[in-house]
Write a protein that binds this ligand. Structure first.
Ligand code: 5GP
Ligand code: ZN
Length: 121
């Protein structure tokens, strides 16, 4: 299964509400929630509602979805307390595959910010 829903996927379960999460934002295509083990004062995950396993699975048809998430990231970062650029800002990370450090195989974009030091990153 590459698109829609994978019954064994933890982030599909979060999108469906079967596993509780602290929601930041939701629309027809995207679900955003706080990371359960934050590295920093602000740390949320942006996921497509459709089950796309990783960035390595992206096709041309996903360009608008990925663009939407990139445009959403700074808005939600500001809402969650990241201070303005350039003194503040945030980090965007999308771990892909084993060498990329990906642990959950449902595409997710980490948005991490807030004053340093951070626990990680
Ligand atoms: P990855 O290493 O795959 O890029 O990151 C997966 C992230 O998902 C980790 O930062 C981890 O803390 C987070 N995570 C894993 N399971 C859950 C969960 O059940 N709920 C939430 N909110 N975050 C999770
Ligand atoms: Zn999934």
């Amino acid at each position: 299964m590459s698109e829609s829903h994978d019954p064994n996927c933890i982030f599909c379960k979060i999108v469906a509400g079967a596993i509780p999460s602290k929601k930041v934002y939701e629309d027809d295509d995207v679900f955003v929630f706080h990371d359960i083990e934050p590295w920093a004062p602000v740390h949320f995950l942006m996921v497509p509602k459709a089950h796309i396993p990783s960035m390595a699975h992206l096709e041309d048809k996903h360009a608008a979805l990925m663009g939407k998430m990139m445009v959403l990231a700074p808005k939600l970062a500001a809402e969650q307390g990241c201070e303005p650029y350039p003194e503040g800002g945030f980090r965007v990370v999308c771990n892909t595959g084993a060498h990329g450090g990906q642990e959950v195989h449902h595409l997710h974009v980490h948005v991490i910010g807030g004053p340093r030091p951070w626990k990680k990153g």
